[in-house]
Ligand binder design. Structure first.
Ligand code: GAP
Length: 460
């Protein structure tokens, strides 16, 4: 059995099996843009629902918010995004590929396994980055040339226009993170919910960034989904809350969606590389076929954002602590996960290739289709449809009457469907069907009347 998954295997399976399609393909594809097909949408939705269950439904101290994708442009001036949300990019003069200089430097250092002593100082300055690229003899990952353009900072904000005219006054942005919604609405939520600290406000949905460097399939896209919690605490309680969310994030990855522990690591971001808003931040990385990359950033954002919005909006965003009769701005711990990146990690973890078959060993909870219903003979099509109706009351199912049984099994395996319900004459006449299990390929006879309970017991 081999299981060293390559990106080309994942991309092929996703495109052939309705998980992910190239964006607006009939008009020509645009880099870093993908559409989720029928199974990809369900897979992503299941991961999102598990996150909502763990962090909203099961906790007493969190609430959900749905803020607008286009916020008042002043939000992004106050948050620092208009001025500073930029990647240092450089172009290979030979093959014209565009790269993030800081990432190529990080990769080289990771290959050396330790930092050279001269590698110090402010790496946010493009001039210093230019020097480092030369000193390290960094080469283009595509064509290996070492001649690059000067590094320039590109702002990642996607612009749009409001109102009728397309002049500067009406320019707005598609949000590059969900988090600012929580900060801007903090006073409203705190007042109307009458919650006491600590409490979290969460958002799940789209964010947009004008990503120009190579995307690695759905890993880095222009439009993606985030699952972010802004957890507001009394200053001084922030270090404890940081530890809490580290444990919660680990639990989510390892015990809720069951990523393999050897593919997850948690590393501190160096002080000089911290984003402008944070006091401490750690990355959760997943070991993709193209290397270790971030799936979550956990940050202590202090009161940076609330202070910035209070100063810019001239509104009082302070929290009133009735017990101690004090007003203050809370600190914020932010576990910020990328749903699209987690979806890709789940696919990579599940991809299993054996000599005679390829299948997705998805946890049944995240599998897009839970039960695949297949009649063996034409005269049982109607009965099989009734069984489909019975099962689809409780589970997302698929009905499939076309092709040999072997081919139908192969289709369901590739989609990661954990259970296949086979309807044949002998068993059906006795009130039974056969349930075939994806991973072991074992088959069990189950009474039609017990079928829903049988499946739901195995989905827990
Ligand atoms: N509010 C903080 C924030 O947005 P971030 O590290 O920039 O922090 C959080 O983003 C998560 O969002 C990342 O860990 C990643 O999983 C996901 N993410 C960021 N940019 C992405 C992109 N272009 N495509 C897909 N996911 C992305």
């Amino acid at each position: 059995m081999t299981n060293t998954v390559e990106m080309k295997d994942i991309v092929n399976l996703c495109q052939n099996r309705w998980f992910v399609y190239p964006w607006s393909e009939i008009y020509g594809w645009l880099a870093n843009s993908w559409d989720y097909g029928p199974y990809g949408s369900l897979l992503k939705e299941n991961i999102k629902n598990l996150w909502l269950k763990e962090f909203i439904q099961k906790r007493m101290d969190t609430m959900l918010l749905d803020a607008s994708l286009i916020m008042n442009p002043k939000v992004w001036e106050a948050s620092g995004h208009v001025g500073g949300f930029a990647d240092p990019l450089m172009d290979c003069k030979e093959c014209k590929a565009r790269w993030r200089a800081d990432k190529l430097i990080d990769n080289k250092i990771e290959a050396w396994e330790s930092e050279p002593t001269w590698y110090a100082g402010d790496k946010t300055e493009t001039v210093r980055l230019d020097e480092i690229v030369k000193e390290m003899n960094i080469s283009c990952p595509d064509c290996k040339a070492t001649d690059f353009s000067w590094i320039k900072k590109f702002n990642l904000m996607l612009k749009t226009f409001l109102w009728v005219t397309e002049d500067g006054a009406s320019q707005a942005y598609l949000r590059p993170e969900t988090a600012q919604g929580q900060f801007v609405d903090f006073a409203n939520v705190a007042r109307s919910s009458r919650r006491k600290l600590p409490f979290g406000i969460a958002q799940v949905w789209k964010s947009f960034r004008n990503e120009i460097t190579p995307g690695n399939f759905i890993f880095r896209t222009r439009e993606f989904e985030q699952m972010e919690i802004e957890y507001f605490v009394t200053p001084g309680d922030d270090d404890e809350a940081f530890k809490l969310w580290k444990t919660e994030s680990e639990r989510f990855f390892l015990e809720v969606i069951w990523l393999k522990s050897e593919n997850i690591r948690f590393t501190p971001i160096k002080q000089e590389e911290l984003p402008h808003y944070s006091k401490e931040a750690w990355d959760f990385d997943y070991k993709y076929p193209f290397g270790w990359w971030e799936i979550e950033t956990l940050a202590n954002r202090t009161d940076y954002d609330l202070s910035a919005h209070m100063a810019a909006s001239k509104q009082n965003l302070a929290y009133f602590d009735q017990v101690n009769n004090k007003k203050f701005l809370p600190y914020v711990i932010e576990p910020a996960m990328g749903l699209s990146r987690i979806t890709l990690a789940v696919l990579c973890d599940a991809y299993t290739s054996q000599e005679d078959r390829t299948y997705l060993k998805l946890d049944p909870k995240v599998a897009p289709i839970k039960v695949w219903v297949l009649p063996i003979v034409k005269k049982l099509w109607d009965q099989a449809k009734l069984i489909y109706s019975q099962l689809s009351e409780d589970f997302v199912c698929e009905y499939d009457e076309v092709g040999s049984v072997g081919k139908r099994y192969a289709r369901m395996d590739e989609i990661g469907t954990p259970f296949c319900v086979v309807i044949d004459s002998d068993n059906y006449d006795a009130g039974n069907v056969t349930v075939r299990h994806r991973d072991t390929m074992e088959q069990e006879i189950v009474a039609v009347l017990d079928l829903n309970t049988y499946i739901s017991d195995r989905l827990k």
